[in-house]
Structures are given as C-alpha cells and as structure tokens.
Design a protein around this ligand. Structure first.
Ligand code: ADP
Length: 502
C-alpha cells in the first residue's frame, strides 16, 4: 500500500514530534542536552579535546613532512649541481661550456640552469623565466664562495634554486644556478593534506562514538540509582539497588545508597513507632481519668469515695505531667541537641545530694542505699542534666529492686583511649533483665513488662533520656544484668581535669 508523505502537517508519532522540536531550534536543544546529561558533556569535552589534539597533530605532521621533503629535495639539488659543475671546463681561465655538458638527469617538470662568469655576467641560461633579479641577487654570494638555497616562482609553479660557486683550483671562476620545480613536493603535500582531512574527521567521529558508548556504560548505573531514588517514598522503603559488580566508584556509591536507605528506613520506623507509642501512653491516663470521673458522677457518693477518686485522678494527672515532661525533653534534644555547658561539676558532692533526695523512697521500701566515692570527683557539663541522669537510674534501681534489697553506688577513674574517664556504677539486687531484652532497654518506650512497669509509674523514657544526656556529655551508659540477681548500670563520663585525679 502506498503511503502519502505530507509536508508541513503535525507529525503523528512522539518520535516525530521530538524530531520536529529539535529541528525547530537545534541550538537550544543541544544546550539542554549538554546541561542535562553528563554523558553528553563528557562526550562533548572529549570530542573537543580530541579535535584540538588532532588539529595540532595534523599541523605538526604536515610541517614536519614538508621540511623533510624540502631537506631531501635540497640534497638532491646539491648533488645534481655538483655533477653539473664538474662538467664545466676551463680554457685560459675562462669557463668552457658545451651545450651537451649541461644536461641533468630525468626531469619531467620545469627546471633552470644558469652559469655566470666571475664578473657576474650571465653566459648560459636555459630558462627565460622573469625572475632575473631574484636569481641574480644570490650570485655575488656564490662568487664569494657560499652556496645558497632559495625559492622562486617559476612558469609552472614554485621552484627551489641553488646557487653554487665554480672553482678553478682555488680561484672562484664563476657561479652555477640550478633550479628544479617543487611540483612533486606540492603533489605529495596535497595528497597528505587530503588524507589528513579525510582521516581526522573519521577518527574523531569513531572516537566520539566510542567515548559516548563508554560514558553511557559508566553512567548507566547512575540512571538506575536515580530511578530507584524516585521510587522511594515514606510508604515504600523496601526498594534497594542491589548492584552486583566490582567495588569501583559506582559500586561504592550504590552500596552507600543502599546503606543510607536502610538507615532511613530504620529511623522512619523508629519515628513511627515512637509516635504510636507516645499517643498510646498519653491516651491511657486520659482514658483512666475520664472513666473514674464518669463513675464518680454517675450517682451521689460519700466524701471518702470522692476523695479516693480525686487521689486516683491526681495520680494519673501526675503521670501525664511526667510523660509530657519527658516527651518535651526528648523532642527538644532531638530538634536541637543541647550544647553541653562546660561548667565544672564535682560528682563527689552531687551524687550524695541525689542519694539524700531518694533516701526516703528507699527507706520506705526497706532498702539499703550505699555510696562509695572520693571527696572530689570532677567532671564537666550541665548540672541539671546530670542530676536528671542519676535520678532516673537510681529511681529505676529503687523501683525495680524488691523490698529489703540493696542498691550500691561505686565510682572509679580509668583511662580509655588515653582519655581519663569517670565511672559511676549503680548496682541493685533487683530481678535483673533477660539477655534478649538488654539491647533494647535504652529504646524509647521499651519496657520488659509493660503493664507492671506502667503501674509502677514509669514512662518508659527514663533510660532513653539518661543515655541521651550521657552521650551529650561525651560519655555513655552500659548495662549488665543477671536474671534473678540484679543489674548494674555504669555511666562513663570524661574527666573534669587533665590530671589523672578527676
Ligand atoms: P521505665 O519508666 O519503664 O522504668 P526506663 O526507660 O527507665 O523506663 O526503663 C526501661 C525498662 O528497663 C523498664 O521498663 C524495665 O523493664 C527495665 N529496667 C530499667 N532499669 C531496671 C533495673 N534497675 N532493674 C530491672 N529492670 C530495669
């Protein structure tokens, strides 16, 4: 079936439309291509550099070949001139030339032979070209004993001429001028130029194609990375590149990208869990308060019953206050990690003060609270934060240690990585923490026994806050525990003074 080709009408296919757009403004299209694609940029620069190098190389080759040809030409000119000079005889001190003697070998192109007497008179000339002045100019030099090469314009094109002295013994008896057409050299140079003009663009085209192919191959995985990144969203963190290949720049980039997505996924999931946990924790006391008030107002009750309800409501409200307080603290330190004030703090005084604050609580549970520490133990940081850290740890120790148990605080100084550090260990004789739970206890809202610990008044954020504070002070908290025997929480903080005695 014949197809009609319509000119000037809108192209039907997408490819046609793109082609049309390119043709309408090729410069703008090329600029867009260069700006948007590294592949084209690399190819463009590579081609430009290569073109520059090829121009230099071609020009260099051209000049070198020309000089070599002229050198050879001059040598052959000189040997032919010598042969001619040897055919010239002398009679009574005068030059003797026979027409047969001044004949040179096989010459297809134009040539000239001129012979001058010692007084500069031209006595032989086989070519009547009109460059008499240029030719005569070199004769005095030859008569003075010098040989001279030069170029003139002959009837059929440029010629190379050599003027040599003719010696009769030691006396300069005259000069001979031999000129040969450079037409053969010109032909060779024209052939070379043609070859270079055909070869250079061909090589350039091939090399650019190769460059484009290599750039495409090298940058191909980057497109995959871009596509994968476009597919990743808050709802879909499952996408990975899984690029199998050598451990080169692209391989490392893909690996780093995958590791980053894994970290992002983890952080996102943690955030999601935290939000869900926080709303749940906030809702439970509010639900309890509403429930208790509903029950209380259902019917008229005695004063004692109202008092009991109010006390319970107050307890829930206190819990809410603690929770919001803790959440606020974490939200603030997440949003803007607090720069730790470098005020010197003496744990030798701070720790006994905290212990004194908690002693009534321990006494109420019939627990012994022992503290062993030197009179001064210097660190630096923020006092309020450090009080909060040790209060959280000691409060946990008292709450989780059964009635009649004991809690001990021991301190010491060590040198870790050439840095003097302070250790404060809080040991209790509580129920201990199972090994499978131990790695999670510093996570927000993590509790070994949700119901029980909540009933004991914990928010599930105490250890997480303590760890945040320790880390902000350049330290950390480590927990060790044996089920049924007790737990030890060890806080490490940097020493307050450079000396070994902190
Ligand atoms: P909570 O407010 O629930 O105490 P924390 O963050 O302070 O929250 O502690 C997290 C969990 O670690 C607790 O719920 C508890 O299960 C466990 N835990 C903390 N300290 C102790 C301890 N001294 N002995 C036993 N378990 C502990």
């Amino acid at each position: 079936m014949k197809q009609r080709i319509r000119f000037g009408s809108a192209p039907a296919t997408a490819a046609g439309r793109i082609f049309d757009r390119i043709l309408s403004n090729p410069l703008a299209w090329a600029r867009t291509l260069l700006v948007r694609s590294i592949r084209w940029q690399i190819t463009g620069w590579y081609t430009l550099l290569l073109a520059g190098m090829m121009v230099l190389f071609s020009a260099g080759t051209y000049v070198a070949v020309y000089r070599l040809l002229i050198e050879n030409f001059d040598e052959s000119l000189a040997s032919q001139a010598n042969l001619l000079v040897n055919t010239i005889g002398f009679e009574n001190g005068e030059l003797m030339i026979t027409n047969d003697s001044l004949r040179i070998g096989r010459v297809n192109n134009e040539h000239l032979i001129r012979v001058y007497r010692a007084d500069g008179t031209l006595i032989y000339n086989d070519n009547s070209i009109e460059q008499a002045n240029a030719l005569a100019a070199s004769v005095p030099l030859a008569l003075a004993g010098e040989r001279q090469h030069f170029a003139i314009e002959g009837r059929e094109g440029p010629m190379r001429v050599l003027t040599v002295p003719i010696f009769d013994g030691t006396r300069t008896a005259g000069a001979l001028q031999l000129g040969l057409s450079l037409e053969d050299v010109g032909d060779t140079m024209r052939a070379l130029l043609k070859a270079l003009l055909i070869l250079a663009p061909g090589v350039l085209l091939l090399a650019s194609g190769g460059g484009f192919f290599l750039a495409s191959r090298a940058l191909g995985p980057i497109n995959r990375i871009t596509r994968a990144a476009q597919q990743i969203s808050a709802e879909n963190f499952s996408r990975r590149l899984d690029l199998r290949g050598p451990n080169d720049e692209i391989g490392r980039l893909a690996h780093t990208f995958d590791a980053m997505i894994t970290r992002l996924q983890l952080a996102f999931e943690q955030q999601r869990r935290f939000t869900a946990d926080a709303s749940h924790e906030l809702r439970s006391p509010i639900t309890a308060i509403i429930g208790q008030i509903d029950v209380a107002v259902e019917r008229t009750r005695d004063a004692e019953s109202y008092q009991a309800t109010l006390l319970s409501v107050r307890e829930q409200a206190q819990r809410l206050a603690r929770l919001t307080n803790d959440l606020l603290y974490l939200a603030r330190s997440d949003a803007q990690p607090k720069p730790v004030l470098k005020e010197p703090i003496d744990l030798g005084q701070l720790l006994p003060a905290i212990v004194a604050q908690l002693e009534p609580l321990a006494e109420a549970r019939n627990q012994t609270l022992q503290i062993q520490l030197p009179p001064t133990l210097l660190t630096h940081g923020n006092e309020d934060d450090l009080i909060r850290l040790f209060l959280n740890l000691l409060d946990n120790a008292i709450r989780y240690t059964p009635i009649g148990g004991s809690i001990a605080i021991e301190t010491g100084t060590h040198t870790t990585n050439n840095q003097p550090t302070i250790h404060v260990a809080i040991r209790d004789t509580g129920p201990g923490i199972a090994p499978e739970h131990l790695p999670h206890i510093f996570e927000r809202f993590f509790r070994v026994d949700r119901g029980r610990t909540r009933a004991q008044g914990g928010t599930g954020l105490g250890l997480s806050i303590a760890q945040t504070i320790a880390q902000a002070h350049g330290g950390q908290i480590q927990a060790t525990s044996t089920l049924g025997q007790g737990s030890t929480f060890t806080v490490t903080l940097p020493c307050g003074s450079i000396q070994t005695l902190c």
